[in-house]
Design a protein around this ligand. Structure first.
Ligand code: AMP
Ligand code: ZN
Ligand code: ZN
Length: 421
């Protein structure tokens, strides 16, 4: 009987805390702080950048749903008609491209889920041991660049921020935890900016998943997705009003990693396709790793017969996608056009997704909006690739780029007010 009561009590506690969000005090306790770091004298005189990622915020959402605070950033500052996501148009590859200026093949996060032949191990976004292992991540993320040059950074959940890349973390960072409310993330950013100048971060990154979550579940055109867009818009408004009170030279940069397409069909590979001893990443678009060349040839020939499926050998992926990495890309890459996806098992397909060719599907287009003292006012430029964000942010903060990157400052420096001189 006592055992039954204990069990009952246990379930009561579990269910009462399930889905519950942490208090602000609890959130602060989770913060990881690298001790004994201070801004250099030079860094203290540099401006600030708060770069927020709104996952899955499609290029046309702000207009479509009249997100007035986000539109005001574009009106008072700068924007691109669309920000061209890198292939594959997934969360991890693109977040890490935004902060390294490298295509996914070149920084190494080639999907949300992929296999490394060299390590003989999988990287999966839910495997903390891989996510927190710095050896998976190439390039020099913006926060590492800042810290290396004597400027403190803070990080609320940007992809890669849990791993010591180049040997260290942002001065302030968190392990990914969806129990931290969006409101508290904004509050923390405002509080970081009110720390004493010696320890106040100049490069701040934040991440919000609510728009992507709604887009997947309901599709990009649904009222619930509109609701998520308007909720994030409200948070952006709070951030803008909070920043106005601080009287600091802060640049707000709003970006997303990719857009969202409506999906209606799921393709399951026919049973005759023998994947028995192959490794398969089903993170859309799927990749197949098969080291036996005879089996690989057979697979390739069979897959070619399937209508509506594009099959590429690793070295045949079209050049314009800049997708090359011998260690981590599958021997075969499979693609489809929206509204069709490839699935492991038959399931009802509704709502939305991303992962499609960013040039074939305009709905993969993401956002870039920026406002602040070094940005021009009311300037919009044609679509640009997201590899160019890195040199732009480095320029604003006065950071020197120390390693080769794919992005180029000249693709975006027209947006900076000093470019007029
Ligand atoms: P996807 O839409 O599959 O490309 O991935 C989006 C999902 O990635 C979001 O719903 C988040 O929950 C998850 N996500 C985003 N950032 C992180 C992170 N740093 N660690 C673990 N999961 C994350
Ligand atoms: Zn995403
Ligand atoms: Zn998503």
């Amino acid at each position: 009987m006592t055992r039954l009561l204990t069990l009952l009590l246990f379930f009561l506690i579990v269910f009462s805390t399930f889905g519950q969000q942490l208090s602000y005090e609890e959130v602060k306790q989770l913060e990881m702080v690298v001790p004994d770091r201070q801004n250099s004298q030079w860094a203290k005189n540099q401006p600030y950048v708060v770069m927020l990622s709104i996952d899955g915020f499609r290029h046309d959402y702000a207009e479509m749903y009249q997100a007035k605070n986000i539109l005001s950033v574009a009106k008072n500052g700068v924007s691109t008609q669309s920000l061209i996501a890198s292939f594959p148009t997934k969360t991890f590859p693109n977040h890490y491209t935004l902060v390294t200026g490298l295509y996914p093949g070149n920084h190494g996060l080639v999907s949300n889920e992929f296999y490394s032949r060299e390590k003989d191990y999988w990287y999966k976004i839910r495997d903390k041991s891989a996510v927190q292992d710095g050896s998976w991540y190439g390039g020099v993320p913006l926060w590492t660049l800042a810290e290396q040059q004597g400027m403190l950074s803070a990080n609320f959940f940007w992809v890669g921020s849990e791993a010591p890349i180049g040997g260290s973390l942002s001065t302030y960072s968190y392990q990914y935890n969806s129990g931290v409310s969006n409101q508290h993330r904004v509050q923390r950013i405002l509080d970081w900016l009110q720390m004493p100048p010696e320890i106040r971060p100049h490069m701040i990154l934040g991440y919000f998943s609510l728009v992507d979550d709604a887009g997947h579940r309901y599709g990009p055109e649904h009222a619930k997705t509109k609701e998520a867009v308007l909720r994030i818009d409200e948070l952006v408004g709070q951030l803008i009003r909070g920043l106005e009170k601080l009287n600091l030279p802060v640049h707000i940069v709003l970006v997303s990693d990719h857009g969202m397409s409506t999906i209606t069909n799921g393709m399951v590979l026919p049973e005759m396709i023998d994947l028995e001893d192959a490794k398969v990443s089903y993170s859309f678009p799927p990749m197949i790793y098969q080291s036996d060349s005879a089996k690989l040839e057979r697979l390739y020939d069979q897959l070619l017969q399937i209508e509506g499926l594009y099959v590429y050998r690793q070295e045949q992926v079209p050049n314009y996608l800049h997708f090359s990495n011998r260690d981590r890309i599958g021997d075969l890459v499979l693609m489809t056009d929206a509204p069709t996806i490839i699935m492991e098992k038959p399931q009802v397909v509704t709502g939305g997704t991303h992962g499609f060719d960013p040039y074939a599907d305009r709905d993969m287009g993401a956002i870039f909006y920026g406002q602040g003292p070094l940005f021009k006012s009311g300037v919009e430029i044609s679509p640009v690739e997201n590899i160019h964000i890195y040199p732009l942010i480095a320029e604003i903060l006065g950071l020197k780029i120390t390693e080769p990157i794919d992005g180029k400052l000249e693709m975006m420096d027209y947006l900076l007010s000093k470019a007029e001189n």
